[in-house]
Design a protein. Structure first.
Length: 397
């Protein structure tokens, strides 16, 4: 079966990473095509290494052009996919346009990876995309959400509920696994002096990711006597902007390390002591939570999207945009012994193995592709099929 995935770009991010993992697990990657609307980012190389083909429209950020629309239409005709799979709002609208422009019965799937607590917090461009998407949401054969919270929020906003399918993110627990020697890798890679617990935050620079919230909370926790090193890794953090630099200056000298996005996260993630996910909004199912728990690392996360259901008893959940509450969770986690934190993290690994294995999630997508391609009239799948539970994974297979 030939699938054409359409995505905004191929930089390091949750949606891009999940797409790459699906293609890597496919026994016939040569049947997979990926179209990056923008110039492809670093994950393009990872995808082409599987034998899949990456295409690009080479668009610049901004409004789509007539030339790009024509290239999209032509490419779909040339590839002749059995399924058009959009990823995120831009990709979703692109596959819907391609189906319409080609007057084709090729079934389309939308994939939404974003929570929608309050549309007013989104940019004007995103709000415009949401408004268009809401009107067209009856057209795809399926709308895949990676969290139940996201599905409910989009439907409350006006998205069609008949096409809802919730397929959570999946994780390769043989790649992301505990490693007792990884703390030394963290110290060596990032130049962190040994002896202090390391709290990591792995997220691209964006207001919704909550870096300012985390730095404010870290300041409060350190002022109260908590002793730790803060490591922030993500696109845009090699040279943090002035507002974050000012917050970093409030912390004791040498206690914060910032770094740009890396592709070797699985090698050193087991070496941090705590993962912090301080997002203010927008998260549906943060990949990094599943990766950290797979590595046996306990998590402190804000209560955004499905984070609470994913973490369960393997960490702490706090209110978004509340540095005081976040600081309290940091202090409590650091008061635990290393063995106690390890037991929390290993309980989290068990949750990921039971509920979010990559093999089971990949099979869910394969089943969906077969279902929608068998209904070339682009009819919606069974609306009664329910989302994943937070229980055992036998319902995922």
């Amino acid at each position: 079966m030939k699938i054409l995935h359409v995505i905004t770009g191929l930089n390091v991010g949750g949606a891009e990473n999940m797409l790459a993992k699906l293609i890597e697990k496919d026994p016939r990657p040569q049947t997979q095509h990926v179209l990056s609307l923008l110039k492809p980012g670093p994950l393009a190389e990872r995808i082409t290494a599987t034998g899949a083909t990456v295409h690009t429209l080479g668009m610049e950020r901004g409004l789509p052009t007539i030339a790009a629309a024509r290239r999209l239409t032509k490419l779909v005709r040339e590839i002749g996919p059995d399924v058009l799979h959009g990823w995120m709002y831009h990709g979703n609208l692109a596959v819907t346009y391609a189906q319409f422009a080609n007057r084709s019965a090729i079934p389309t799937i939308w994939n939404i990876r974003h929570s929608l607590e309050d549309a007013r917090r989104e940019t004007l461009r995103t709000r415009a995309l949401l408004a268009i998407s809401r009107r067209l949401s009856h057209r795809p054969s399926a709308i895949v959400y990676n969290s139940a919270a996201s599905a409910a929020q989009h439907e409350a906003y006006g998205f069609s509920a008949a096409q809802r399918i919730v397929i959570p993110n999946g994780f390769d627990c043989s790649l992301f696994r505990p490693d007792p020697e990884a703390s030394e890798k963290v110290e060596a890679l990032f130049g962190i002096p040994p002896g202090r617990p390391v709290m990591g935050c792995i997220a691209r620079l964006h207001p919704m990711k909550g870096h300012a919230n985390l730095l404010a909370a870290a300041t409060i926790a350190m002022q109260r006597g908590s002793d730790f090193h803060l490591l922030m890794v993500g696109h845009g953090l090699a040279e943090p902007p002035n507002d974050l630099q000012e917050l970093i200056a409030n912390l004791p000298s040498g206690r914060v390390t910032t770094c740009d996005a890396r592709l070797d996260v699985a090698e050193w993630l087991p070496g941090i002591d705590i993962l912090a996910v301080p997002s203010g909004w927008g998260e549906a199912f943060p990949n990094v939570i599943g990766e950290a728990l797979s590595c046996g690392v306990p998590v402190i996360s804000t209560d955004v999207g499905d984070s609470s259901a994913i973490v369960g008893p393997a960490g702490e959940i706090v209110s978004p945009e509340d540095p005081e509450t976040l600081a309290g969770a940091i202090s409590r986690m650091l008061e635990l012994s290393r063995d106690e934190r390890s037991r929390l993290g290993l309980a989290g690994r068990d949750r990921v193995v039971d509920n979010y294995s990559l093999d089971a999630i990949t099979q869910r997508y394969e089943d969906l592709y077969r279902e929608v391609s068998s209904k070339r009239g682009n009819r919606a799948p069974n609306p009664n099929r329910q989302e994943h539970p937070v229980g055992k994974s036998n319902t995922l297979s």
